[in-house]
Design a protein around this ligand. Structure first.
Ligand code: ADP
Ligand code: MG
Length: 251
């Protein structure tokens, strides 16, 4: 009982002095950050600033060399047994969708439910169909991903991550591989998730989304957090030269 109460007050994601090296190159330099339950955190920054590396450390696709990361009060550790649990709790949506081309849309959404959650076929299909309704493409269930538009594929990828009932979803430039006319159909799904209280970390330069949904914006450069605040603070009144320069290039 008391543990439950304590847990609900903890941040959903807690990152404490995380560093990551690739050889001698320091991709992350003592990054600390917390994300509360239901919070939408947006990460912006130039290419190579460490945004993807930070997301990949959060779900342990990369192992930090120093520091610690906690999800919902539990350490993200390299133990195999716990890793599967973490991956189920932390969904990830990539720039290039990463769907299995030889499986139907429905099978893509069912796969992890059956393999990780050990759900039955009928149970996982029921969930998959309801998620396809949610992302607005129920009619695509039996098609193969290469037959879908980029926007539709990304919505399938979001449905697939939702199927694991994650506590957190990480989005790594989810709209940057899309044709302009498909960006909003993906952002609209993300706005719905945000309004439903999903905890989200979003690497994206979509300012409209940031202003509508982000509670917190972080500007990264050179593997560090240079500046952090509300969207109005970071975009409207940036304090650091590096932030101003970056924003002047993307706005
Ligand atoms: P961003 O997502 O902000 O563009 P990344 O996190 O992908 O940046 O990369 C940060 C830096 O780390 C870049 O200089 C990149 O080249 C380097 N890097 C990322 N992954 C690897 C890797 N697996 N091996 C070597 N260097 C890497
Ligand atoms: Mg990246």
């Amino acid at each position: 009982m008391s543990t439950k109460l304590a847990n609900s007050n903890q941040p959903m994601i807690s990152i404490n002095k995380v560093s990551k090296f690739f050889g001698d190159f320091r991709a992350l330099d003592e990054v600390s950050l917390t994300v509360d339950r239901g919070e939408v955190l947006m990460i912006v920054g130039p290419s190579g600033s460490g945004k993807s590396t930070l997301l990949r450390c959060i779900n342990h696709l990369e192992v930090p060399d120093a520091g610690e990361i906690m999800i919902d009060g539990k350490h993200v550790t390299p133990k195999e047994r716990e890793l599967n649990a973490i991956r189920a709790e932390v969904g990830m949506v990539f720039q290039r969708f990463e769907l299995f081309p030889h499986l139907t849309v429905l099978e893509n959404i069912c796969l992890a439910q059956q393999k990780v959650r050990k759900s039955s076929r009928s149970e996982s299909e029921k969930i998959a169909r309801s998620l396809l309704e949610k992302v607005g493409i129920p009619e695509q269930a039996n098609k193969y991903p290469p037959k879908l538009s980029g926007g539709q594929q990304q919505r399938v990828a979001i449905a697939r991550s939702l199927a694991m009932q994650p506590k957190v979803i990480l989005f790594d430039e989810p709209t940057s591989a899309l044709d302009p006319e498909m960006i909003n159909e993906v952002l609209d799904v993300m706005l719905t998730l945000a309004s439903e209280g999903m905890t989200m970390v979003v690497v994206s330069h979509e300012m409209g989304f940031a202003r509508k949904a982000a509670h917190q914006v972080v500007f990264m450069d050179g593997g560090t957090i240079v500046e952090q605040g509300t969207p109005d603070q970071v975009f409207g009144a940036p304090q650091h030269e590096r932030t101003k320069l970056f924003l002047s290039r993307i706005l």
